[in-house]
Design a protein around this ligand. Structure first.
Ligand SMILES: Cc1ncc(C[n+]2csc(CCOP(=O)(O)OP(=O)(O)O)c2C)c(N)n1
Ligand SMILES: [Mg+2]
Length: 662
């Protein structure tokens, strides 16, 4: 009979050898956490290595993603489709074992981690998704949504501010099936962390209304086992299990030192580890008996089959619910929603209202909401400004877990990373709002949404100096450009209510994240032919055209489109053949066939002016060397919106002057 320690040592050996072979990586945390992981994965984790997508699996998040070899070892040993050769390819080009865990690259990896603290936030999102789905779909005797979310976090995750944001919210929401393990090893990269991380972590989490199991010896499997049992029994609060561990446990000279954090141990030390742990096998050799003891495939199949049997009965008892749950978990959209939105788009054009696009967005949500119960809305404490709620919004709380709207509080980063976790869990299309300028607070989570290709909708209102009196702290300048530079992110800045509908339609069907940039101020609805209405979806289209081939093209987005139209009228009166291109989404436009792009922006027309109340640089790729940009390369000021637009050059006169200078 193999001891738990021997089973854990398989992780230690694979991890130190994997890092050594790559000559790069982090052996310390995997070796320190091996005993905790052995207990969690072998005694508790409900998963099926043969089907990593089984919807009711427990979610496991490695928030300290630098410990990736721990996760790869666990997946390999448990029987996921991750071979010993994959482990030998650690950190190599196109391998299944990249430097930090990446979802969709490695079977069994639930989320991409490495930016510390965000995995923890994703785990909060997963636990929130689980609880909300369970409250919506479970029926007596049919707990069809019923799983835990486990997360490992390092000291670094808990030093990061986002851990405060999301753990505070998780405590308030009472996410009882979230169980977090803190790798309390006293070491971070700069060394012994007592001089930079000294708070009383258990007291901190008590204050968040968490259940805390303090002072667990992370190398005592019985203690870890008991702590997990205890955590599972507390169902009204999340649990933190504080695991005292030794970084690089088993390394005679490097254990308990920062040296073991992020560098190979070296062949000499590895030899000594083998002696100390009595692990005599060559690198990447795991005895058959160890594999057999770790193999979770049979147990996993049984677990899934048991769930499947229950689900089949649920299908009989509650066919509509079962169908809806399956549909939502596969991310499929319901029939009919697209037609309804098309009709709404046409009605919006016909109505021709002058309203802020944030208000148009809310009107849109009133149509979308009843069609798409998977929409999970929210705002970082700006609901009345973002207008992210709609008439059917019901707020999620401990008392009302089955709602569809989350008051995230003033936590932009936490909100964004939680939304990523919700999307990764499945069953929802999360959207959440804040002011565009505060995307800076959330920036890395938006980037992670793009990297992970998650359908998350970031609603950013107050999208320019047009917000007026709140002044330069609140007026975004460089933000739209920054978002557009992020690979895989769709950024829509609609000019009126109709383009707002199209932006929402695009966000719902997008394979990745979308940012919706909306105005605070009212904007007139442009008049359009049905063909023009259809063309909005291509990201850019001709909104106004000369009777002959154009000599000049004005390109604008959002609130500046109506200015461009006013300028075009004057230019036309002066005899200029001018075209106006509205470009609500440059990314989508850039994906159109070249023929379409060139039809909208004929290469022969080099007189071009782009107009956007934001950083100018981005627009030069559309206006070229001979074109000009009416942009904003300075901070705004506190003043009424119309005064500011005039003062900073966003007037039809100025656009005409710039165009005439070409
Ligand atoms: C947001 C972020 N900042 C910095 C880093 C670089 N980094 C990786 S691990 C680490 C130290 C983490 O310390 P700890 O969590 O205690 O890990 P341990 O050394 O115990 O494995 C740092 C600063 C990162 N990955 N993410
Ligand atoms: Mg540490």
């Amino acid at each position: 009979m193999l001891s738990r320690r021997q089973l854990a040592n398989a992780i230690r050996a694979l991890s130190m050898d994997g890092v050594q072979q790559a000559n790069s990586g982090h052996p310390g945390a995997p070796m320190g956490l091996a005993d905790v992981a052995q207990v969690l994965w072998q005694d508790f984790l409900c998963h099926n290595p043969r089907n990593p997508q089984w919807q009711n699996r427990d979610r496991f998040v490695l928030s300290n993603g630098h410990a990736s070899m721990l996760l790869y070892s666990l997946l390999h040993l448990s029987g996921y489709a991750l071979t010993i050769d994959d482990l030998k390819q650690f950190r190599q080009l196109h391998s299944k074992t990249p430097g930090h865990p990446e979802v969709h690259v490695t079977p069994g990896v639930e989320t991409t981690t490495g930016p510390l603290g965000q995995g923890l936030a994703n785990a909060v999102g997963m636990a929130l998704a689980e609880r909300t789905l369970a409250a919506t779909f479970n029926r007596p005797s049919f707990p069809v949504v019923d799983h835990y979310t486990y997360a490992f976090v390092g000291d670094g995750c808990l030093m990061e501010g986002i851990s405060h944001e999301v753990c505070s919210l998780a405590g308030t929401l009472g996410l009882g099936k979230l169980i977090v393990f803190w790798d309390n090893n006293g070491i971070s990269i700069d060394g012994d962390l007592k001089d930079w991380f000294s708070e009383n972590v258990p007291a901190r989490f008590h204050a968040y209304h968490w259940h805390v199991v303090a002072e667990v010896d992370g190398h005592d499997p019985a203690a870890v086992h008991a702590a997990i049992l205890q955590a599972q029994q507390v169902t009204d609060r999340p649990s933190l299990i504080c695991c005292k561990t030794e970084i690089a446990f088993g390394a005679p000279n490097k254990a308990n030192t920062a040296q073991a954090h992020g560098a190979p141990l070296g062949l000499d030390e590895i030899k000594l580890v083998r002696e100390k742990l009595a692990w005599s096998h060559a690198p990447f050799v795991v005895p058959q008996a160890v594999y057999e003891a770790w193999d979770a495939t049979q147990k996993g199949c049984v677990l899934e089959q048991q769930w499947q049997a229950m689900f089949e009965q649920y299908c009989v008892a509650y066919p509509a619910l079962a169908q809806a749950l399956l549909r939502r978990m596969t991310g499929t959209l319901p029939e009919g929603w697209a037609d309804a939105m098309e009709a709404y788009k046409e009605a919006t054009q016909a109505k021709s209202e002058k309203i802020a696009t944030r208000k148009a967005s809310q009107n849109c949500l009133d149509v979308l909401g009843p069609l798409l119960p998977e929409l999970l809305g929210g705002s970082a404490d700006l609901t009345p400004s973002n207008l992210t709620d709609w008439s059917g919004s019901t707020v999620i709380s401990v008392q009302h877990p089955a709602g569809n709207y989350i008051h995230y509080g003033v936590r932009e980063f936490g909100m964004s990373a939680i939304m990523n976790g919700v999307a990764l869990h499945g069953g929802f299309i999360p959207y959440g709002g804040t002011f565009l300028t505060f995307v800076d607070y959330a920036r890395n989570a938006v980037r992670m949404a793009a990297l992970m290709k998650q359908r998350v909708i970031f609603v950013y209102t107050h999208d320019s100096i047009g917000l007026g009196e709140d002044g330069p702290t609140h007026q975004p300048v460089e933000h739209a450009a920054m978002l557009r530079l992020t690979p895989g992110l769709s950024v829509w800045r609609p000019c009126d209510a109709v383009e707002t509908v199209v932006a929402w339609q695009a966000a719902i069907v997008c394979q990745g994240p979308t940012c919706l940039l909306f105005s605070r101020q009212n904007l007139p609805t442009m008049s359009r032919t049905p063909t023009q209405v259809q063309a909005i979806a291509q990201g850019a289209y001709v909104l106004f055209d000369a009777h002959s081939a154009p000599d000049l093209i004005l390109i604008a987005t959002g609130s500046e489109v109506s200015l461009a139209m006013a300028a075009a009228q004057r230019l036309q009166q002066q005899g200029c053949a001018v075209r106006v291109v509205s470009m609500p989404c440059a990314e989508v436009f850039s994906q159109q066939p070249l023929a379409y792009q060139q039809a909208v922006l004929p290469p022969t027309v080099t007189k071009r002016v782009a107009i956007e109340a934001g950083a100018a640089d981005y627009w030069y790729k559309f206006v070229g060397a001979h074109g000009k940009v009416v942009g904003l390369d300075r901070f705004g000021e506190s003043a009424p919106s119309d005064v500011l637009f005039n003062a900073l050059g966003f007037t039809a006169e100025h656009i005409v002057d710039v165009a005439s200078s070409l």
